[in-house]
Design a protein around this ligand. Sequence first.
Ligand SMILES: Nc1ncnc2c1ncn2[C@@H]1O[C@H](COP(=O)(O)OP(=O)(O)OP(=O)(O)O)[C@@H](O)[C@H]1O
Ligand SMILES: [Mg+2]
Length: 381
Amino acid sequence: MAPPLDSAIDSSDPFEGTKYRSISILGKGGMGAAHVVEHRLLGTHFVCKVLRGRHRNNPGAADRMRVEAQSLARLVHPNIVKVFDFDFTQDGRPFIVMERLQGHTLGQELLNRGELPTLEAIDIARQLLSALSVAHALGIVHRDIKLDNLFLHYAGSSRPTLKVLDFGVAKIIDGISEFAPPPPQIPTRAGAIIGTPRFLSPEAASGKSVDQRADVYGASVVPYMLLCGRGPWDDASSHASVFSAQANKALIPPSNFAKNPIDADLESIVLTAMSKDPDERFQTAKAFDAALSTVAERLLVGVRMGSSRPPPPVLQQHAILTGSDTLRLLDEQRTETALPDRGALARVPRNQMRFQLMAFTVSACASATVTWWCLTFLFHQ
Ligand SMILES: Nc1ncnc2c1ncn2[C@@H]1O[C@H](COP(=O)(O)OP(=O)(O)OP(=O)(O)O)[C@@H](O)[C@H]1O
Ligand SMILES: [Mg+2]
């Protein structure tokens, strides 16, 4: 009998004979397909990422999925998707069972909103950097940080939590932590370019070996895009021209594209993180995060004082930003943009008085006219 076609494998339920049943397909990537599944006995829903049919005879691809599952299992962090199980379909393809997130990717968010307010962009970048610093401590480099691998998960509150997905091309750096998963059995070919072109660090784009600083670069493209609604290399028309721009072209600051002004310190931090030379970047996700937190603290104090001017240095020193402060600040910022400015607020009562005076005059004139008309009519009788 002829073997089944890859397309037939991908469209039938790959989980037949396992504890799970496919309900719908969320998407298909290069290596895997993400399904919403139901646990046959418990009735609970999860998301399963299964190796696609066309890779079923590729041991390297299957082993990469093992690395992805084991990385996720070791990375227990509020900003990283949780994994519950790892198993194989009847035809031997590995699949990862994850929590089902509610929401959409950051890519979709940017498409819906164009640009994000400064403090929201900083908050998202900081959640991402918090996840990355935990991964890097285990020697796990994600290598594919991009808006479509970052998910805004809504869990009962209006503020979404950022979740990092897709450790499908993660690199395990040997000797950093005994808790890291064993690296892929088939090492990456020297000179191979791994990741998504527009988010690649210059060293990754030129096929050089990468470390955690490649993720620092990838993480810097995120606030860059959130602040101005587009990526630095969106004008390049092919992968080759993206790679050449990454290596040689000077970076255009996001403020050149943004509709709203970008804080100068914030822009300089993002550009530092995007330095072509990894030695000139923040060396760790933690250092990048610390720099962002300083800007967030200053802006937070500015918002609390109801002014966009920088606060005096003493206040800056005493402002301590916690996660909940960031949340409050975001709410305040949204509210503030929805309200009229102070001058307009001061004008409201005076405008109301003018309106009331006019209404009174008009109604007085109208009743005088009616009275005069009635009297004239009576006298004529
Ligand atoms: N746990 C989850 N909950 C909800 N949606 C998810 C979950 N995991 C993945 N998705 C959705 O499926 C899409 C694809 O998932 P993911 O990025 O892990 O794999 P991929 O990019 O298709 O795979 P590949 O590794 O082959 O590139 C995501 O962009 C997201 O929209
Ligand atoms: Mg992906």
